[in-house]
Design a protein around this ligand. Structure first.
Ligand code: COS
Length: 382
């Protein structure tokens, strides 16, 4: 077993760290406060290969492995979680979904612009009345005589929805068949029949734009069906497996930022004549933070490694996301507590880490769904 990284992996981590420190961290407070979408920073990430890390160079990406993706995501998320949300959707949900299920023409047409950071991608599965229970979707795509489909329906909580050029959409093509009646489509948001609805005011990751979208008699050509008709649910679930490695990495980045800030603070802040880090109650918290952070990172790297071996990684991804998101929530909570009033103040980023961490327990499968996936896969019972 080798716990080291390759030279290429470390180089990509360095690139991500440099952009995170020089461009993203200085404006993180501004983006959180205003909710302004960081388009210039996203373009810069794309120009440096970070919007299509696992995308082969022939489609405009960096051609790196899933472990590199984890390392880069952690660096970006440590500077600002909202940037890493946009990055993870472009990488895992959009590019990865098309690379693993699309044909050559689809890869050329849809992946390149996103991987190079020229355009933004999105993934539309959730609806106002269906989140975890994805098969309960109502968005309908009806096949026409010429092989095209007409789509009608609403999707909600679409990350990057307000700015996306292309979207991977899941719609019901045969409601009688349940999960086997769902099909994936590639959507160009400039075409008629596509509408953007209300944007979501959010607790955290505020610079990641989120909105409802609606399709009214939107026509999808037969060549824009992703995979086969009826394979949409399987595509969505396997794409979410990859997405969960991204969200685990994001959680680790948030947790690391909260942990590092705390480590500094406990050495400087004095109470009762000594640094608060010398008190056993603080030391216990520091030790628990460190254990949770390391465990989350190792489990996430394991999931990425299994993915890189080309094996099924659903359980490993769920274990990583569950562990990392709960670690991020716990660590950012303790970081606020240790900082006391300063942790609660907007003068320091601790309260932002705390707010940002929460979403990692919710999107791309709640913690309850991760437990369900793990337990079903372990027991074979459902
Ligand atoms: N990879 C590939 N195929 C998968 C899969 C995966 N990870 N998970 C399920 N499938 C396949 C199954 O093999 C099954 O295929 P067959 O019909 O050929 O047998 C099919 O999908 C249905 O699977 P299952 O019966 O397990 O589906 P359920 O309706 O019971 O749903 C859960 C399973 C709840 C785990 C799933 O709906 C889920 O993960 N929901 C959360 C969705 C989510 O993350 N939403 C957030 C949206 S993005 S912010």
């Amino acid at each position: 077993m080798d716990f080291g990284f390759t030279e290429e992996q470390l180089m990509l981590q360095d690139v991500a760290r440099r952009i995170a420190r020089e461009r993203i961290a200085p404006s993180a407070e501004h983006h959180d406060r205003t909710g302004e979408f960081p388009l210039d920073n996203i373009r810069a990430l794309g120009e440096n290969g970070l919007m299509g890390i696992e995308v082969p160079a022939e489609y405009g990406g960096a051609g790196m492995d899933p472990v590199s993706y984890v390392l880069a995501m952690v660096e970006i998320a440590a500077a600002d979680a909202a940037h890493s949300t946009i990055m993870s959707v472009n990488n895992s949900l959009f590019c990865n979904g098309i690379l693993t299920n699309g044909n050559e023409a689809q890869k050329q047409k849809y992946v390149r612009a996103i991987a190079e950071g020229r355009e933004i991608g999105a993934f539309a599965l959730t609806e106002p009345q269906s989140g975890s229970d994805a098969t309960a979707m109502r968005c309908r795509a009806v096949k026409q005589a010429d092989g095209s489909y007409v789509v009608n329906g609403k999707k909600s909580w679409i990350t990057s929805g307000p700015v996306a050029k292309y979207i991977v959409l899941f719609a019901m093509t045969d409601p009688e068949k349940g999960s086997r009646g769902i099909t994936a489509f590639l959507i160009d948001t400039d075409k008629p029949g596509f509408h953007r609805g209300k944007t979501e005011p959010k607790l955290g990751i505020r610079a990641s734009a989120t909105c409802e979208i609606e399709f009214q008699d939107y026509v999808v050509a037969a060549e824009d069906v992703l995979g086969e008709e009826g394979q949409g649910f399987r595509i969505a679930m396997s794409v979410l497996d990859a997405g969960r490695i991204g969200i685990a990495s994001q959680a680790i980045g948030i947790a690391r930022a909260a942990y590092e800030a705390t480590l500094e603070y406990v050495k400087e802040r004095k109470a009762f004549g000594q640094p608060i880090g010398a008190f056993q109650m603080t030391q216990a918290k520091i030790a628990d933070m460190k254990c949770k952070l390391d465990a989350a990172l190792l489990l996430t790297l394991r999931a990425a490694w299994v993915k890189g071996q080309g094996k099924r990684f659903s359980t490993e991804a769920a274990v990583a996301k569950l562990t990392a998101s709960e670690a991020a929530m716990w660590i950012s909570h303790q970081a606020v507590q240790i900082h006391g009033g300063m942790g609660y103040s907007k003068e320091m980023p601790l309260e932002r880490y705390f707010r940002d961490a929460k979403i990692t327990e919710i999107y791309e499968g709640t913690s309850e769904i991760q437990r369900l996936v793990i337990a079903r896969n372990e027991t074979g019972l459902r």
